[in-house]
Design a protein around this ligand. Sequence first.
Ligand SMILES: [Zn+2]
Length: 296
Amino acid sequence: MAEQLRMMAVHAHPDDESSKGAATMARYVAESHEVMVVTCTGGERGSILNSSFTPADLAEHPDEMTTVRRQEMARAAQILGVQHRWLGYVDSGLPEGDPKPPLPPGCFAVVPLEGPTQDLVRVIREFRPHVVVTYDENGGYPHPDHIRCHEVSVAAFDVAGDPDRFPDAGEPWQPLKLYYSHGFSRKRMQLLHDALLAAGADSPFTEWLAKWDPSRPDVMERVTTRVECGEYFGVRDDALRAHATQIDPTSRWFAVPHTLQRELWPTEEYELARSLVDTTVPEDDLFSGVRERVHA
Ligand SMILES: [Zn+2]
């Protein structure tokens, strides 16, 4: 029997795993591989984005918010079929205003890199992933926790196999590939937008496309790997809905019929950032080159 392969996705907040690469994870789980999500922070500073969600004074009680988000995350992990670990850091929040206020003391984005790197190295050495997925250097979205998540993931990938680094954090294990996930493709949005309008339907992308900075390059220019996963878009959306405080069930996330998405864009996109195995881009599988190495 072929050895199971293992993939780890490192995310900043609970719900990020369900909006970035969730269908890919559901596919690999369905193909009998092992997938683990690591969430760096508890999402304590996430505001309630779901207007239909009005539990009495939840926002004024951060402890309750933590509890609710833990329950939501457990449910999402169950739906996706993934294992899950918390790294245990505190959400930095998204600073707003001009000038932006300083980040709260002790939050994930301001603690020295060494601490979370050691914590992630420990989880990598325990789970022993062949592939690690995280965000690019811009965080995919400019939240300080997303950028810090990138820094921690890259640092941990580079030292997890080194016996001289963090010797108390378990037996060294070197993952073979590191990817950045890329979710916000303008090309994808435009394609779905045009198809919806042509069919006489409303497009949830009108405002985004109108506000799009034309000088901003499309993430597709960085994409090396497109994973076919249209069959799992339903699982992805169910996992996202499990984060009930964070996602409005009537939002644009759910506005495009799956049949149309499968027809026009049945993939999720990644950028190969590091590879210790032989592979040729473009790829259609995060385990390309890894299967050959592990099963050799
Ligand atoms: Zn996030």
